[in-house]
Design a protein. Structure first.
Length: 232
């Protein structure tokens, strides 16, 4: 059965155009023209992924994202008509997985959708039968990660991480001391090249640093290059 993509935008022409490209890749598309309708669709028939415009009537996309994240891990790609970083950063902080700035290339949207769903599928298969299904814990100082249960503890305290935050942390811990460029992190964790837009990585690193306060290891910035995790 084809995976369902929910398109949420108040411009029907954008929905029609994006739907054409997405359906050509074998996905099923449903749509909503406002935030309240989008929430109803998500609650009644959860999609595989949501493409969510920020500027919506009745309930804007940021509030929709906030409410969805309170009860669901469904992947979300935010659409913003503004070029300012603030919309992108706020969307990512609320738990969006990715963003695109309008006007966007429909082929690029399809590429992002496919990459995110590949990561989601890979995570599910690893949890059931892949290498992460072992009982091997990742530990570094007072940081303990259970890849199978996807749980993180710092000095015995449970830390709630979003999907990409968890994947990013595991990569850094498994390769402690190795410097990763932002582009490499996008390729490995997100599964695609972000065409020079590396703000996503910076936001997720900032989230990790905040949530992992008290961790004896640290995520260091290597100026002009990227990030690495080091043990104190």
């Amino acid at each position: 059965m084809a995976e369902t993509i929910l398109l949420v935008d108040d411009e029907q022409r954008i929905i029609d155009l994006a739907s054409m490209y997405i359906e050509q890749e074998g996905y099923r598309v449903v749509s909503a023209l406002d935030g309240l309708s989008a929430l109803k669709v998500i609650q009644e028939a959860p999609p595989a992924l949501v493409v969510l415009d920020i500027m919506l009537p009745h309930l804007d996309g940021l509030e929709v994202c906030r409410r969805v994240r309170a009860q669901s891990d469904v992947p979300i790609i935010m659409l913003t008509a503004r070029s300012e970083d603030i919309d992108k950063i706020v969307g990512l902080e609320l738990g969006a997985d990715d963003y695109l700035t309008k006007p966007f290339n429909p082929r690029e949207l399809v590429a992002r959708i496919k990459a995110i769903l590949r990561r989601t599928e890979k995570r599910g298969s690893e949890a059931s039968s892949g290498p992460l299904s072992s009982n091997r814990l990742l530990s570094l100082g007072n940081l303990v990660i259970d890849p199978q249960a996807r749980t993180v503890k710092v000095d015995g305290r449970s830390v709630e991480l979003r999907m990409k935050e968890f994947d990013l942390l595991c990569l850094l811990v498994e390769n402690r001391g190795v410097v990763f460029s932002r582009e490499k992190l996008l390729d490995v964790v997100w599964g695609y090249s972000f065409a020079g837009e590396t703000r996503t990585v910076d936001v997720h690193i900032a989230h990790l640093r905040h949530k992992l306060k008290g961790m004896t290891a640290s995520i260091e910035t290597v100026w002009g290059v990227g990030y690495k995790l080091v043990s104190e």
